[in-house]
Design a protein around this ligand. Structure first.
Ligand SMILES: *Cc1c(COP(=O)(O)O)cnc(C)c1O
Length: 369
Protein backbone atom coordinates (compact mmCIF):
# COMPACT_ATOMS: atom_id res chain seq x y z
CA UNK A 1 0.00 0.00 0.00
CA UNK A 2 1.46 3.37 -0.94
CA UNK A 3 0.33 6.36 1.04
CA UNK A 4 -0.66 9.70 -0.54
CA UNK A 5 1.73 12.66 -0.28
CA UNK A 6 0.65 14.80 2.64
CA UNK A 7 1.41 18.54 2.34
CA UNK A 8 -0.58 19.55 5.41
CA UNK A 9 0.77 22.51 7.38
CA UNK A 10 0.17 20.81 10.71
CA UNK A 11 -0.42 18.39 12.21
CA UNK A 12 1.71 17.15 9.39
CA UNK A 13 3.48 14.29 7.71
CA UNK A 14 5.65 12.01 9.84
CA UNK A 15 8.39 9.69 8.58
CA UNK A 16 6.77 6.45 7.47
CA UNK A 17 9.51 4.45 9.21
CA UNK A 18 8.55 6.11 12.49
CA UNK A 19 4.85 5.38 12.02
CA UNK A 20 5.68 1.73 11.32
CA UNK A 21 7.82 1.49 14.43
CA UNK A 22 5.02 3.04 16.49
CA UNK A 23 2.64 0.48 15.01
CA UNK A 24 4.98 -2.36 15.86
CA UNK A 25 5.48 -1.19 19.44
CA UNK A 26 1.95 0.02 20.04
CA UNK A 27 0.64 -2.87 22.14
CA UNK A 28 3.83 -3.80 23.93
CA UNK A 29 6.73 -1.39 24.24
CA UNK A 30 10.05 -3.28 24.36
CA UNK A 31 8.49 -6.29 26.05
CA UNK A 32 7.20 -4.39 29.08
CA UNK A 33 3.66 -5.62 28.42
CA UNK A 34 2.02 -2.23 27.99
CA UNK A 35 1.73 0.51 25.42
CA UNK A 36 3.61 3.76 25.98
CA UNK A 37 0.11 5.25 26.31
CA UNK A 38 -0.61 3.00 29.25
CA UNK A 39 2.52 3.28 31.37
CA UNK A 40 3.26 5.49 34.34
CA UNK A 41 5.25 8.59 33.52
CA UNK A 42 7.14 7.98 36.78
CA UNK A 43 8.23 4.49 35.80
CA UNK A 44 11.65 3.40 34.61
CA UNK A 45 10.43 2.75 31.05
CA UNK A 46 9.05 6.21 30.43
CA UNK A 47 12.05 7.74 32.18
CA UNK A 48 14.19 6.04 29.57
CA UNK A 49 11.95 7.27 26.73
CA UNK A 50 12.10 10.86 27.99
CA UNK A 51 15.83 10.94 28.55
CA UNK A 52 16.50 9.31 25.16
CA UNK A 53 14.35 11.94 23.44
CA UNK A 54 16.19 14.70 25.25
CA UNK A 55 19.65 13.30 24.48
CA UNK A 56 18.80 12.70 20.83
CA UNK A 57 17.57 16.29 20.47
CA UNK A 58 20.58 17.70 22.28
CA UNK A 59 22.99 15.80 20.03
CA UNK A 60 21.06 16.54 16.84
CA UNK A 61 20.88 20.29 17.35
CA UNK A 62 24.16 20.70 19.25
CA UNK A 63 22.44 22.13 22.31
CA UNK A 64 25.09 23.09 24.91
CA UNK A 65 24.76 22.10 28.60
CA UNK A 66 24.00 25.72 29.49
CA UNK A 67 20.56 25.27 27.87
CA UNK A 68 17.70 23.25 29.30
CA UNK A 69 15.29 21.27 27.14
CA UNK A 70 11.69 21.28 28.38
CA UNK A 71 8.81 19.18 27.04
CA UNK A 72 5.68 21.18 27.81
CA UNK A 73 2.01 21.31 26.84
CA UNK A 74 -0.29 24.01 25.56
CA UNK A 75 1.25 24.36 22.11
CA UNK A 76 3.26 27.23 20.76
CA UNK A 77 0.21 29.35 21.56
CA UNK A 78 0.72 28.95 25.28
CA UNK A 79 4.31 30.09 24.80
CA UNK A 80 2.90 33.37 23.46
CA UNK A 81 1.80 33.89 27.11
CA UNK A 82 4.36 31.86 29.01
CA UNK A 83 7.33 33.71 27.54
CA UNK A 84 6.25 37.22 28.62
CA UNK A 85 4.88 35.97 31.95
CA UNK A 86 8.23 34.41 32.82
CA UNK A 87 10.66 36.87 31.29
CA UNK A 88 8.91 40.10 32.32
CA UNK A 89 7.63 41.12 35.74
CA UNK A 90 4.04 42.38 36.16
CA UNK A 91 5.30 45.81 37.21
CA UNK A 92 7.80 45.65 34.34
CA UNK A 93 10.68 46.59 36.65
CA UNK A 94 10.97 49.35 34.11
CA UNK A 95 11.64 46.76 31.40
CA UNK A 96 9.68 45.75 28.35
CA UNK A 97 10.25 43.36 25.45
CA UNK A 98 10.56 43.96 21.70
CA UNK A 99 8.63 42.07 19.04
CA UNK A 100 9.35 41.83 15.33
CA UNK A 101 6.15 41.21 13.36
CA UNK A 102 6.69 39.38 10.05
CA UNK A 103 3.49 37.37 9.68
CA UNK A 104 0.36 36.04 11.32
CA UNK A 105 2.17 34.06 14.02
CA UNK A 106 4.53 36.74 15.27
CA UNK A 107 1.58 39.16 15.20
CA UNK A 108 -0.36 36.77 17.42
CA UNK A 109 2.60 36.40 19.76
CA UNK A 110 2.91 40.17 20.00
CA UNK A 111 -0.80 40.76 20.64
CA UNK A 112 -0.94 38.10 23.34
CA UNK A 113 2.15 39.45 25.08
CA UNK A 114 0.67 42.95 24.94
CA UNK A 115 -2.36 41.74 26.93
CA UNK A 116 -0.11 40.54 29.74
CA UNK A 117 2.99 42.66 29.94
CA UNK A 118 4.63 45.80 28.62
CA UNK A 119 5.92 45.04 25.12
CA UNK A 120 6.74 47.03 22.01
CA UNK A 121 6.63 46.34 18.29
CA UNK A 122 10.18 47.01 17.08
CA UNK A 123 9.43 46.41 13.40
CA UNK A 124 6.55 45.13 11.30
CA UNK A 125 6.06 44.30 7.64
CA UNK A 126 2.28 44.22 7.96
CA UNK A 127 0.28 45.79 5.11
CA UNK A 128 3.19 47.05 3.09
CA UNK A 129 2.87 44.57 0.29
CA UNK A 130 0.51 41.94 -0.94
CA UNK A 131 -1.52 39.85 -0.25
CA UNK A 132 -3.77 42.22 1.59
CA UNK A 133 -2.07 42.13 4.96
CA UNK A 134 1.47 42.27 3.59
CA UNK A 135 4.08 39.99 5.08
CA UNK A 136 6.13 39.25 2.00
CA UNK A 137 9.55 40.32 3.22
CA UNK A 138 11.72 40.75 6.32
CA UNK A 139 12.52 44.13 7.80
CA UNK A 140 16.19 45.05 7.37
CA UNK A 141 17.87 44.39 10.72
CA UNK A 142 18.67 48.11 10.87
CA UNK A 143 14.98 49.01 10.46
CA UNK A 144 14.11 47.52 13.81
CA UNK A 145 13.81 50.23 16.44
CA UNK A 146 15.54 48.43 19.24
CA UNK A 147 15.62 48.93 22.93
CA UNK A 148 18.89 47.64 24.35
CA UNK A 149 17.27 47.49 27.79
CA UNK A 150 14.54 45.13 26.59
CA UNK A 151 14.27 41.82 28.42
CA UNK A 152 14.18 40.01 25.06
CA UNK A 153 13.53 40.37 21.35
CA UNK A 154 10.85 38.03 19.98
CA UNK A 155 10.88 36.74 16.40
CA UNK A 156 9.09 34.01 14.48
CA UNK A 157 11.82 32.44 12.36
CA UNK A 158 9.38 30.74 10.00
CA UNK A 159 5.94 32.18 9.34
CA UNK A 160 3.91 29.09 8.57
CA UNK A 161 0.97 30.98 7.02
CA UNK A 162 2.77 33.66 5.01
CA UNK A 163 5.80 31.57 4.04
CA UNK A 164 8.43 34.05 5.27
CA UNK A 165 11.57 32.53 6.79
CA UNK A 166 14.64 33.93 8.51
CA UNK A 167 17.50 31.84 7.14
CA UNK A 168 20.27 33.43 9.21
CA UNK A 169 20.38 32.80 12.98
CA UNK A 170 22.12 36.12 13.54
CA UNK A 171 19.70 38.19 11.43
CA UNK A 172 18.15 40.11 14.32
CA UNK A 173 20.95 39.42 16.75
CA UNK A 174 21.85 42.23 19.09
CA UNK A 175 22.29 43.17 22.70
CA UNK A 176 19.27 41.37 24.13
CA UNK A 177 18.37 37.65 24.19
CA UNK A 178 16.44 36.55 21.11
CA UNK A 179 13.32 34.47 21.74
CA UNK A 180 12.33 32.50 18.64
CA UNK A 181 9.15 30.72 17.66
CA UNK A 182 10.63 27.98 15.46
CA UNK A 183 7.50 25.81 15.41
CA UNK A 184 7.40 25.17 11.69
CA UNK A 185 11.08 24.90 10.78
CA UNK A 186 12.92 23.63 13.84
CA UNK A 187 15.34 20.85 12.84
CA UNK A 188 14.94 21.68 9.14
CA UNK A 189 18.57 22.84 9.06
CA UNK A 190 21.48 23.17 11.50
CA UNK A 191 20.90 26.17 13.75
CA UNK A 192 23.10 27.94 16.25
CA UNK A 193 21.33 27.63 19.59
CA UNK A 194 23.78 30.03 21.23
CA UNK A 195 22.35 32.87 19.12
CA UNK A 196 19.09 32.52 21.05
CA UNK A 197 18.03 32.91 24.64
CA UNK A 198 14.92 30.79 24.21
CA UNK A 199 13.56 28.69 21.36
CA UNK A 200 10.10 27.16 21.32
CA UNK A 201 8.25 24.90 18.91
CA UNK A 202 4.93 23.11 18.88
CA UNK A 203 5.76 19.57 17.80
CA UNK A 204 3.08 18.96 15.22
CA UNK A 205 4.83 20.65 12.29
CA UNK A 206 8.31 19.21 12.10
CA UNK A 207 8.85 17.12 15.24
CA UNK A 208 6.01 14.73 15.98
CA UNK A 209 2.36 14.54 17.01
CA UNK A 210 0.44 17.45 18.49
CA UNK A 211 0.50 17.70 22.26
CA UNK A 212 4.10 18.44 23.14
CA UNK A 213 5.90 21.77 22.89
CA UNK A 214 9.68 21.85 22.96
CA UNK A 215 11.29 24.76 24.82
CA UNK A 216 15.06 25.24 24.72
CA UNK A 217 15.99 27.86 27.29
CA UNK A 218 19.32 29.29 28.43
CA UNK A 219 19.90 28.63 32.14
CA UNK A 220 20.13 32.27 33.17
CA UNK A 221 16.68 33.03 31.70
CA UNK A 222 14.92 30.43 33.81
CA UNK A 223 15.05 32.73 36.79
CA UNK A 224 13.97 32.30 40.39
CA UNK A 225 10.82 30.60 41.57
CA UNK A 226 7.98 33.09 41.10
CA UNK A 227 5.05 33.69 43.40
CA UNK A 228 3.16 35.73 40.79
CA UNK A 229 2.75 32.89 38.27
CA UNK A 230 0.55 29.81 38.09
CA UNK A 231 2.87 26.98 39.15
CA UNK A 232 2.34 25.05 35.93
CA UNK A 233 3.47 28.08 33.88
CA UNK A 234 6.73 28.68 35.73
CA UNK A 235 9.79 27.60 33.69
CA UNK A 236 11.67 27.14 36.98
CA UNK A 237 9.16 24.50 38.12
CA UNK A 238 9.27 22.71 34.76
CA UNK A 239 13.08 22.72 34.73
CA UNK A 240 13.50 21.61 38.35
CA UNK A 241 11.07 18.76 37.79
CA UNK A 242 12.59 17.56 34.52
CA UNK A 243 9.40 18.39 32.56
CA UNK A 244 7.48 16.16 34.99
CA UNK A 245 5.86 18.58 37.40
CA UNK A 246 2.63 16.98 36.25
CA UNK A 247 1.90 14.25 33.71
CA UNK A 248 3.75 15.12 30.52
CA UNK A 249 2.34 14.25 27.05
CA UNK A 250 3.97 10.84 27.15
CA UNK A 251 2.94 9.44 23.78
CA UNK A 252 3.85 12.61 21.88
CA UNK A 253 7.28 12.69 23.57
CA UNK A 254 7.84 9.06 22.64
CA UNK A 255 7.04 9.66 18.96
CA UNK A 256 9.14 12.85 18.93
CA UNK A 257 12.06 10.80 20.27
CA UNK A 258 11.66 8.35 17.39
CA UNK A 259 11.64 11.25 14.92
CA UNK A 260 14.89 12.59 16.45
CA UNK A 261 16.42 9.13 16.00
CA UNK A 262 15.18 9.00 12.40
CA UNK A 263 16.83 12.38 11.72
CA UNK A 264 20.09 11.07 13.16
CA UNK A 265 19.85 8.01 10.89
CA UNK A 266 19.27 10.27 7.89
CA UNK A 267 22.66 11.88 8.54
CA UNK A 268 21.62 14.74 10.82
CA UNK A 269 20.52 18.29 10.19
CA UNK A 270 23.07 19.20 7.50
CA UNK A 271 21.90 16.31 5.33
CA UNK A 272 18.25 17.10 5.92
CA UNK A 273 18.89 20.80 5.16
CA UNK A 274 20.41 19.94 1.78
CA UNK A 275 17.35 17.85 0.96
CA UNK A 276 15.00 20.58 2.13
CA UNK A 277 16.80 23.14 -0.05
CA UNK A 278 16.49 20.86 -3.07
CA UNK A 279 12.78 20.29 -2.44
CA UNK A 280 12.06 24.00 -2.04
CA UNK A 281 14.07 24.93 -5.15
CA UNK A 282 12.14 22.43 -7.20
CA UNK A 283 8.75 23.80 -6.11
CA UNK A 284 9.59 27.52 -6.25
CA UNK A 285 11.20 26.93 -9.66
CA UNK A 286 7.98 25.39 -10.95
CA UNK A 287 5.87 28.23 -9.51
CA UNK A 288 8.12 31.00 -10.82
CA UNK A 289 8.30 29.70 -14.38
CA UNK A 290 4.53 29.24 -14.60
CA UNK A 291 1.95 31.79 -15.69
CA UNK A 292 -0.77 30.29 -13.49
CA UNK A 293 0.85 30.05 -10.05
CA UNK A 294 2.32 32.81 -7.98
CA UNK A 295 4.17 33.17 -4.67
CA UNK A 296 4.51 36.80 -3.56
CA UNK A 297 7.35 36.44 -1.02
CA UNK A 298 10.72 38.08 -1.70
CA UNK A 299 13.13 35.38 -2.77
CA UNK A 300 15.70 35.94 0.00
CA UNK A 301 13.18 35.10 2.73
CA UNK A 302 11.03 32.47 1.08
CA UNK A 303 10.26 29.62 3.42
CA UNK A 304 11.70 26.21 2.62
CA UNK A 305 9.01 24.59 4.73
CA UNK A 306 5.76 26.35 3.83
CA UNK A 307 5.13 27.47 0.27
CA UNK A 308 1.92 29.47 -0.18
CA UNK A 309 0.83 30.11 -3.74
CA UNK A 310 -2.25 31.40 -5.51
CA UNK A 311 -3.82 30.58 -8.86
CA UNK A 312 -3.87 33.64 -11.10
CA UNK A 313 -7.14 32.60 -12.70
CA UNK A 314 -10.44 32.96 -10.85
CA UNK A 315 -12.57 29.98 -9.96
CA UNK A 316 -10.01 27.22 -10.38
CA UNK A 317 -9.20 26.52 -6.73
CA UNK A 318 -11.76 23.76 -6.21
CA UNK A 319 -10.78 21.97 -9.41
CA UNK A 320 -7.14 22.25 -8.40
CA UNK A 321 -7.75 20.73 -4.98
CA UNK A 322 -9.94 17.88 -6.19
CA UNK A 323 -7.53 17.11 -9.05
CA UNK A 324 -4.68 17.05 -6.56
CA UNK A 325 -6.57 14.72 -4.26
CA UNK A 326 -7.19 12.32 -7.15
CA UNK A 327 -3.44 12.24 -7.75
CA UNK A 328 -2.77 11.45 -4.10
CA UNK A 329 -1.68 14.96 -3.12
CA UNK A 330 -3.30 15.97 0.17
CA UNK A 331 -3.45 19.01 2.42
CA UNK A 332 -2.82 21.69 -0.21
CA UNK A 333 -5.59 24.12 0.70
CA UNK A 334 -4.10 27.41 1.85
CA UNK A 335 -4.78 29.09 5.17
CA UNK A 336 -8.08 30.95 5.13
CA UNK A 337 -6.41 34.28 5.87
CA UNK A 338 -4.31 34.29 2.68
CA UNK A 339 -6.40 31.95 0.50
CA UNK A 340 -5.06 29.94 -2.40
CA UNK A 341 -2.82 26.97 -1.77
CA UNK A 342 0.01 26.03 0.52
CA UNK A 343 2.42 23.13 0.24
CA UNK A 344 4.32 22.29 3.39
CA UNK A 345 7.59 20.49 2.75
CA UNK A 346 8.61 19.37 6.23
CA UNK A 347 11.53 17.02 6.89
CA UNK A 348 9.38 13.93 6.48
CA UNK A 349 8.23 14.89 2.95
CA UNK A 350 10.43 13.01 0.48
CA UNK A 351 11.55 14.68 -2.75
CA UNK A 352 9.41 12.17 -4.66
CA UNK A 353 6.35 13.84 -3.16
CA UNK A 354 7.52 17.25 -4.36
CA UNK A 355 8.19 15.82 -7.83
CA UNK A 356 4.64 14.45 -7.90
CA UNK A 357 3.31 17.88 -6.90
CA UNK A 358 5.40 19.69 -9.54
CA UNK A 359 4.18 17.25 -12.21
CA UNK A 360 0.60 17.90 -11.17
CA UNK A 361 1.14 21.69 -11.25
CA UNK A 362 2.35 21.48 -14.85
CA UNK A 363 -0.45 19.12 -15.93
CA UNK A 364 -3.13 21.23 -14.34
CA UNK A 365 -1.79 24.39 -15.93
CA UNK A 366 -1.66 22.74 -19.36
CA UNK A 367 -5.25 21.58 -19.02
CA UNK A 368 -6.53 24.98 -17.90
CA UNK A 369 -4.37 27.36 -19.92
C1 LIG B 1 1.30 26.28 14.31
C2 LIG B 1 2.07 27.42 14.83
C3 LIG B 1 1.77 28.01 16.07
C4 LIG B 1 0.62 27.55 16.92
O1 LIG B 1 0.87 26.28 17.41
P1 LIG B 1 -0.14 25.56 18.41
O2 LIG B 1 0.64 24.35 18.78
O3 LIG B 1 -1.38 25.28 17.63
O4 LIG B 1 -0.38 26.45 19.55
C5 LIG B 1 2.56 29.04 16.51
N1 LIG B 1 3.60 29.49 15.77
C6 LIG B 1 3.91 28.96 14.58
C7 LIG B 1 5.06 29.50 13.81
C8 LIG B 1 3.16 27.91 14.08
O5 LIG B 1 3.46 27.36 12.89
Amino acid sequence: MTRPWNFSAGPAVLPEAVLRQVQEELLDWHGCGASVMEMSHRGREFGEILSTAEHELRALAGIPPSYRILFLQGGATLQFSQVPLNLLRPDGNGRSADYIVTGAWSRKAYREAARLRKVRCAASTEADGEPSDGFVRLPEPGQAVRNDQAAYLHVCTNETIHGVEIHDDGYFGGAVPVVADMSSHILSRPFDVTRYGLIYAGAQKNIGPAGVTVVIIRDDLIGELRDDLPTALDYRIAADNGSMFNTPPTFAIYVAGLVFGWLRDQGGLATIAARNAEKAELLYGAIDQSALYRNPVESACRSRMNVPFTLQQEGLDDAFLSGARERGLLGLKGHKSVGGMRASLYNAMPIEGVRALVDFLADFERRHA
